[in-house]
Design a protein around this ligand. Structure first.
Ligand code: ACO
Length: 379
């Protein structure tokens, strides 16, 4: 087959689907889920309500939301064999690898695949939204040598996750702020992990394989892994006084500033703005993070030097500071992102199934032809 359009590295600007799930205007700094601006949802919704909106296309009414919350609450536990499997993982392994393996393992335990049955779709959605946070928290406790804590049915989605992680019930402000973080990360059009989920979904495999492949894609430092590197970078800078010199050296060596720049946004990411104000609310209550002043000084310095190229903070720049204040270890930042983005991946899975065609792009061959075969002793 011949190529029908020019080759673009990274498929930049090439539509790979038609979707009604989310919308981004990178020049005006707008993000909408099903047409609703992200700041409205962050202000008034809960994560599970937003997950329902993304996956089923409309905000649930009170009864629908209560039924959905009830189902998710009652599917949070992991089968003991999954917990036992996780106990065999090396404690030095990255939690994203543990999550990818555990999400894929769900397919072994729930092997029925009935992609045309709405009840099956709902059960898979509920199970994945319910169990991914339990897996993240379980691996955290297991690697510290403890037994995982069972979920508590009386706690909401976010409060329960923070409880399973720290074995302490969080205060309402922390639970609310974490819930907003989940809303902000839940969906973002066709990024690398979502595309990976869609390609996997298009083969009509099971939803656990779809989410596992997306988790593996999210793990890379150019995607979800950037928020971990932001904290390492702020630590390396060390002080407000060192910001300018550090930035000059970084730019001179053509290094990237983690947490800045975005393929789509050419202004400050609206999620970064909300996350910054959430960080400030947490700092008011619990004291400022040692890296916050460095972050603000770095944002200003990067804007002066790279603003003309459209390089501004992305979602990862302030999320790490919020997570640190909530007591979440740095290497769980990306798994937390995965908890949230599972909603978006599942929305795209469902949309892909509704009008599926297996992905099969083409290539532009740049190799040689009719090359002589040289036997091994002659090479
Ligand atoms: N620091 C310094 N310069 C940058 C940065 C950055 N963070 N981002 C882009 N630039 C510069 C590039 O060097 C390039 O300059 P040039 O035109 O002079 O060569 C120009 O801006 C365009 O950059 P590209 O890398 O081509 O932009 P692209 O759209 O491909 O990359 C990306 C987007 C991968 C996010 C990039 O900005 C980056 O690597 N950022 C740091 C990692 C990061 O924060 N990732 C999280 C993204 S959000 C998310 O996935 C949830």
């Amino acid at each position: 087959m011949t190529a029908v359009c020019e080759y673009r590295a990274g498929l930049e600007g090439i539509p790979v689907t038609q979707s009604s799930i989310s919308f981004v205007d990178g020049h005006r700094g707008i993000l909408e889920y099903r047409g609703i601006p992200i700041d409205k949802l962050a202000e008034s919704s809960t994560f599970l309500e937003v997950a329902y909106l993304l996956i089923w296309g409309e905000l649930p009414n009170k009864d629908e939301l209560e039924a959905f919350e009830h189902e998710v609450n009652h599917h949070r536990r992991l089968k003991y064999r999954i917990r036992d499997m996780m106990k065999c993982f090396p404690e030095s392994g990255h939690p994203m690898d543990a999550l990818q393996a555990s999400a894929a393992a769900l397919g072994l335990f729930y092997s029925r695949r009935a992609l045309a049955d709405p009840a099956y779709i709902r059960a898979a959605v509920v199970r994945l939204l319910a169990k991914i946070p339990t897996m993240v928290a379980a691996f955290q406790l297991i690697r510290k040598g403890n037994d995982p804590v069972q979920p508590r049915d009386d706690l909401g989605y976010s409060a329960n996750f923070l409880y399973m992680l720290s074995e302490k019930e969080p205060d309402p402000l922390s639970a609310m702020i974490f819930d907003v973080c989940l809303i902000l990360h839940a969906e973002h059009t066709i990024n690398a992990s979502t595309f990976s989920a869609m390609v996997t979904a298009s083969t009509l495999t099971d939803p656990y394989a779809v989410v596992a492949s997306a988790v593996g894609t999210l793990a890379g430092p150019l995607h979800g892994g950037a928020n971990e590197e932001v904290i390492d970078m702020l630590e390396e800078i060390g002080s407000v006084e060192n910001v300018e010199a550090w930035l000059d050296a970084r730019l001179a060596s053509k290094g990237k500033i983690m947490g800045f720049g975005h393929r789509v946004y050419k202004v400050k990411d609206p999620r970064a703005t909300t996350l910054q104000s959430l960080a400030e609310r947490l700092f008011e209550k619990y004291g400022e993070d040692e890296y916050y002043e460095i972050a603000v000084a770095l944002e200003k310095a990067v804007e002066e030097r790279l603003g003309h190229k459209g390089i501004y903070p992305n979602v990862d720049f302030y999320s790490g500071l919020v997570y640190r204040k909530l007591g979440i270890p740095t290497d769980l930042f990306t798994p937390v992102f995965a908890i949230s983005r599972t909603a978006g991946w599942l929305a795209h899975w469902k949309e892909q199934l509704a009008e599926n065609r297996i992905f099969r792009p083409t290539q532009i061959y740049t190799g040689t032809h009719e090359v002589d075969y040289v036997p091994i002793h002659g090479r």
